[in-house]
Structures are given as structure tokens and as C-alpha cells.
Design a protein around this ligand. Structure first.
Ligand SMILES: [Zn+2]
Length: 458
């Protein structure tokens, strides 16, 4: 039951669909039910709903393995609690809910006929350790609150409406990012079956603990014909909306990251060895990392070296080997690969000069995906009509998202919401009430525009 503090329902429609004998027009179907605010203005009803969304973000934040912060990794007890709570919210809206074979939560309402392909709205409910309240969670809640607004007239729509709360977008627990959405896209990764968490629990064991089974994960795959389109709202996680003074942005595409393991081999020697006789692998690695970062800064790529290990790892031994990770992202796969080739040449030069051997091996490689133009236009129109911004900021997502995996089976588009300082994966993650309100209006509008034409992303 809704609590007494729930915001009031949206104002009743001018047209009583249930009593109407005429089929509603596209205009009628896409006109918001609540009183129209001028672009750039936010109605009190929308603000009240945004407050409700933020309270729900707080409720989910409380489902944490870490009492001091937010940690809700996939297939955990907290994940189960989050799915249960979100399922309750879906059921309150009259949605039919189910948890699929990999632990994603789905809710569905039918369109004008049962069994139609669905417009899917969603994001993820898992978090990194020390997470903020909004990464993923805000997208799921915006999707739910769009349903809350449109459910009464959805029986006129040419598509069903589904909300998905994906599991394991972050990949924190097993190092398996996008496990939930990749399973839905029918694109499982063989690495899942051997991955373990920090306590040695394997993915199959964790699935079993969640009441699921590794053998059945394939059942989570959706028939592409059953999905009309996928839309996701997500905090930006970068500072560009804030710098532009805009609340919402339209995503153009999502970078396909390439990750590598780079190993330099030299010779472990006593700390008293003269410099001209050393083959110092760590010194070579530090020069290599500096060269990579210089190149990436010049080209505008996003390069991250987040892990390094040296051997023998002793204070009085010249390192004989150094291994580091490289995560490299650009907005174009060919450009990315060309830059990595330049990096290889530069590293070879550094290694030759230092008497070192170089090994570079890919550990992950994903293709850049582009948001479907038709869906992107709907998101843009939603933002413009809500914020009055004639040219909403276009943003290329350097971060990976579930939409990336969904692009494998359907057209997709994304909307970004400004977050303070671009900070994410941090307890300091913050959004404003006004931005959440605008996001709700814009996302509803985009969903309606897409739904009336039955998807149609291209
Ligand atoms: Zn996320």
C-alpha cells in the first residue's frame, strides 16, 4: 500500500480512455497526463514524484553489506533484498514480475494486445563497494515512475512496457561486468564459469545460493523479436553536463573498451648493481605508463592503468618483471586500435632501450555501440520539451552500461542526468531534486514517443 507520504497521483486525464469508444490519436497518447508545465518549469506534482524517487534511492541504499557505506554486489543477500523491494514497487503498479535465470528483475504491463514486443526501460541495482546512491538505481526508479505515470493508458499502446533491474552491471564481485544484460542479449562469457569472488565463491555457486542454476542461465536470453526498443536513464558520471549548465544530455554512443595485460621482463638483480648493468622492469613500466598517458591525453582517449604488480617485489631487488593493466577507450574502434598500435611501437622502443622484453595481451575487447538515431531523437525531444534547451548536450559515454549489451538484440538509446562534479562510484555521488524531476518528465516523454510508433529506432 502507498504510504500517506506518497505524492498524489498525476492529475486525471482530460480524456477518459476507459469510456472512450474512439481509438486515441498519437497526439493524445503522447500528451502527458499531468498539467503541462512550460518548458524549463517543473510542476509541483513532478517535484513531489522526484522526492519520492529520491526517497526510494535512499531505501535501496540501506540494503548494503557495508553498514558504513553502500555495497550491493550481484547475487548477494542485499541484491536479493533489493530485487524483492523493487518487485513490490512494480507489483503496486500492477506489473507482472519475474526474476530471470541470471537474477535480473523484470516487470511487465501489456499493450493493446497481450504478448506484444516490449519497450524496455531499465538499468542496474548492483553497486561497487563504497558506491553512491544513484548509479544504476536512479535509472531503474525513473523507469518505474514512468510506468506509474503511463500505466492507465498503456492498454492503448502498440507495445508492451517492461522495466528491468539488471544484476551485475558493475562486475565488482566476479570481475564479470554486464553479466545480467549480456545473459539477456544471449551473449554469455565463458569466463563467467571459472570466475570466483574474493572469498573463492564461484559464479555457479553464487547462482545456486540465489536459487538459480548455471545450467539454466541461457534461459535468461530474450528473443530479439520480443523487444521493441531499450531506453536507459543514468547519471552522467562525468562533469560535462555540469560544466554546460544543463540538467540532461542525450547519449550518442558507448565506448567499447579494450583491456590489456602488459608485461615487461628484465632481470632481477641485487640493489647494488650499477645502472648500466640493470634491466629494471619497473623503471621500464613507469616510462611505458607515462608514454601511454601522454599519448592518450594528446588524442583525447581515456586510458587507465589501474593495476601493477612487480616481481620479486622486494625492497632490495631490482624488479625482474612488471605487469600492469591498461584500459583504453575512444569513440571509434578503428582509432582506438590504431592508437594501441602506436603505444605498442613506443613501448617496444622503451623496452629495447632498457634491455627488456615486452608482452601485450588483450583481456577484454568490446565494440563501440551507437545509439539508434530514432530513439536518440525521442530522448532529445523529451529533453527539449522538458528543459526548454533547444540543443541538449550530446554526450559520448566512456563508461560501459547495460544498454551496450542490449544493443546486441535491440535498438537502444540513453539519457544522462547531471551529477555533482561528475563524481560516481563514490559516496559523494549527488543529483539535484530538480534534475530528477526534469529527468522524469523527459524520460516519460521519450518513452511515449517511442512506444506510439512501436519502437522504430532506425
Ligand atoms: Zn551504472
Amino acid at each position: 500500500m502507498p504510504s500517506p507520504t506518497d505524492p498524489s497521483r498525476p492529475a486525471p486525464a482530460a480524456t477518459d480512455w476507459a469510456a472512450s469508444t474512439e481509438a486515441p490519436t498519437v497526439e493524445e497518447l503522447t500528451t502527458p497526463l499531468r498539467p503541462l508545465a512550460q518548458p524549463g518549469e517543473i510542476s509541483p506534482e513532478t517535484l513531489s514524484e522526484a522526492r519520492h524517487i529520491l526517497r526510494r534511492c535512499d531505501q535501496l541504499a540501506a540494503l548494503s553489506a557495508d553498514p558504513e557505506g553502500i555495497e550491493r554486489v550481484s547475487l548477494s543477500r542485499e541484491h536479493r533484498m533489493a530485487n524483492t523491494l523493487a518487485a513490490t514497487w512494480m507489483q503496486e503498479l500492477g506489473m507482472r514480475t519475474r526474476q530471470d535465470a541470471v537474477g535480473n528483475l523484470w516487470g511487465r504491463i501489456e499493450g493493446r494486445d497481450p504478448g506484444l514486443p516490449a519497450l524496455v526501460l531499465g538499468s542496474h541495482l548492483d553497486t561497487v563497494p563504497g558506491a553512491g546512491r544513484y548509479d544504476g538505481v536512479l535509472g531503474v526508479l525513473l523507469a518505474l515512475h514512468v510506468v506509474r505515470r503511463v500505466q492507465e493508458r498503456w492498454h492503448e499502446m502498440p507495445v508492451a512496457l517492461e522495466v528491468v533491474a539488471f544484476t551485475d552491471e558493475e562486475g565488482t564481485r566476479f570481475g564479470t561486468a554486464l553479466m545480467g544484460s549480456r545473459a539477456v542479449a544471449g551473449d554469455p562469457d565463458d569466463a563467467w564459469w571459472t570466475a570466483t569472488d574474493a572469498r573463492g565463491v564461484s559464479v555457479p555457486d553464487a547462482l545456486r545460493g540465489f536459487g538459480l542454476s548455471a545450467e539454466r542461465v541461457g534461459d535468461a536470453a530474450r528473443d530479439p523479436a520480443s523487444i521493441a526498443a531499450y531506453l536507459e536513464a543514468h547519471i552522467e558520471q562525468r562533469p560535462f553536463l555540469e560544466r554546460a549548465g544543463q540538467s540532461l544530455g542525450v547519449v550518442t554512443g558507448i565506448a567499447g573498451a579494450r583491456r590489456m595485460r602488459i608485461r615487461l621482463r628484465g632481470e632481477a638483480r641485487h640493489a647494488g648493481t650499477p645502472y648500466d648493468l640493470r634491466h629494471d622492469a619497473l623503471l621500464g613500466a613507469s616510462r611505458a605508463i607515462t608514454a601511454i598517458m601522454d599519448l592518450a591525453e594528446r588524442t583525447g582517449a581515456s586510458a587507465t592503468v589501474g593495476h601493477i604488480a612487480v616481481a620479486p617485489d622486494a625492497v632490495n631487488v631490482v624488479p625482474g618483471s612488471a605487469e600492469f593493466s591498461l584500459d583504453y577507450r575512444t569513440d571509434d574502434d578503428a582509432r582506438r586500435d590504431a592508437e594501441i598500435e602506436r603505444i605498442r611501437q613506443e613501448l617496444l622502443r622503451i623496452c629495447t632501450a632498457g634491455g627488456l622484453e615486452l608482452e601485450m595481451a588483450d583481456t577484454h575487447r568490446a565494440a563501440t555501440v551507437t545509439c539508434a538515431p530514432g530513439l536518440r531523437a525521442a530522448v532529445e525531444q523529451g529533453i527539449t520539451e522538458t528543459t526548454g534547451e533547444q540543443r541538449p548536450l550530446e554526450l559520448f559515454s566512456v563508461a560501459g552500461h547495460d544498454a551496450m549489451a542490449m544493443a546486441g538484440i535491440t535498438d537502444m538509446a540513453m539519457m544522462f542526468i547531471r551529477c555533482r562534479g561528475g563524481i560516481s562510484h563514490n559516496a559523494a555521488e549527488a543529483v539535484t531534486l530538480d534534475d530528477v524531476a526534469r529527468a522524469l518528465d523527459a524520460f516519460e516523454r521519450a518513452a511515449l514517443l517511442v512506444a506510439v510508433r512501436g519502437g522504430g529506432g532506425r
